[in-house]
Design a protein around this ligand. Sequence first.
Ligand code: NAD
Length: 354
Amino acid sequence: MTAFWTEADYDDHELVELVRDPESGLTAIIALHSTHLGPGAGGTRFWHYAEPKDAMRDALRLSRGMSYKNAMAGLPMGGGKAVILADEKRTKSPKLLAAFADAVDGLGGRYVTAEDVGITEADMAAVAQRTQYVSGLPTEGNDAAGGDPGPFTALGIFLGIKAAVKHKLGKDSVEGVHVAIQGTGSVGGGVARLLAKEGARLTLSDIDADRAQALAAELGAETVSHEAIMSVPCDVFSPNALGAILDEEGIGRLDCKIVAGGANNQLKREEHGPMLAERGILYAPDYVINAGGIISVTLEYLCRTDGAPCDINEVRARIAQIPERLNDIWRTSDETGVSPDRVADRMAQKLIGR
Ligand code: NAD
C-alpha cells in the first residue's frame, strides 16, 4: 500500500486529518495545504466517492487550489478544504454535521470552512452553532459582504472577460463580441446577464435545456445542446459548469480566441494549459478569474471575527482588481513565452512562500 504523502497530489500539505465518528457515521478528511498567509480557508464537500482514495485526492487538490486562489485574490487566508465521505444515499444528519463542526472547532481556527458541493447554507448555519470558524453565512441586508457568492463570482468573471477581450482582440467593450457560455446556473447565468447588458452576442447551453432556453428568451440569446457548446465558433468560450473539460479532446474542439469562465479546475492536467497557448487561445486561469465569491465570503468572515470592513463597496473594489491581476499574468506570459496557467501558478507559489 502506498502512503498518501508519496502520491502525486500531496504537495507538502501542512496537515491532513482523518476524522472518524462512529456514532454519527462521520468520515471526513480535512486538508490544510498552506497557512502561510492566514488560516486555511475553503469549503466542505459532501460527496459519495467510489473509492476513499478519490476523496483524499479531492481534499489534497482542492486545498492546494484554495491556497492559490486566496493568495492571488490578495486575501489574508491560506488554503484548506474538507471532504465528508457520504454513503451512497448521501445521508446527512444533525449528529453528523455536529461531529464535523467539532472537528473544525478542534483545529482552533487553523481551518475556516464554508459551503461547497453537497453542503447548503442551512448545513453551514448548523455547523456555525458549534464553531465560529465558518464563512459564507447568510447576512442581513443588501449592503453587506457574504451571502450567496454566485453574483460576486459572476461579476469578477464579467470583468475578466472584458480584460481578455481588450488584451486579445483590442476591444474596449464586449458589444458584438460572441461569447459561448457552458452552464447557465448561478455563475453562468449571472455572467450572461452582465454580458447581455453590454451588448454581447450570446450562445447559451446547459445540460438542463429548459434552463438555458428560459435565459435565452430573457436575454435574446441563442442556445445549442450541451454536446455542441465547446465547438461553437465564437470569440470567447466561458466554462461555468464542470471542471476538467480542457483535455486534448476538448481543446481540439474549441473554435474560439479566449477561454474565460468560472468553473473550478478547468484544465484536466498540467500539460493542457500550454496546449491552449500553442493553439493561440488566451486562457484566464480559473482560480484568478473566479475569486469574486471567495472575496465576498472571506470579508464577511473577517468582518465578524476581526472587525475588517465588510460593506459591499469593499467587496466590489477588491473584485475590480481581478482584471489587473489577469493583465499581469498575460503580460508576463507574452514576455516569457510561458503559458498563463503556469505564470499564475508560479505567482501564487511565490505568494505562499514556496
Ligand atoms: P450551479 O449548480 O448553479 O450551475 C451549474 C450549471 O451547470 C447547472 O445549471 C447545470 O445544469 C449545468 N451543467 C452541468 N453539467 C453541464 C454540462 N455538461 N454542460 C452544460 N451545463 C452543465 O453552479 P454554480 O454555482 O453556477 O457554479 C458553476 C461552476 O463555477 C462550478 O464549477 C463551481 O465550482 C464554479 N464556481 C462557483 C462559484 C460560486 O460562487 N458559485 C465560485 C467559484 C467557482
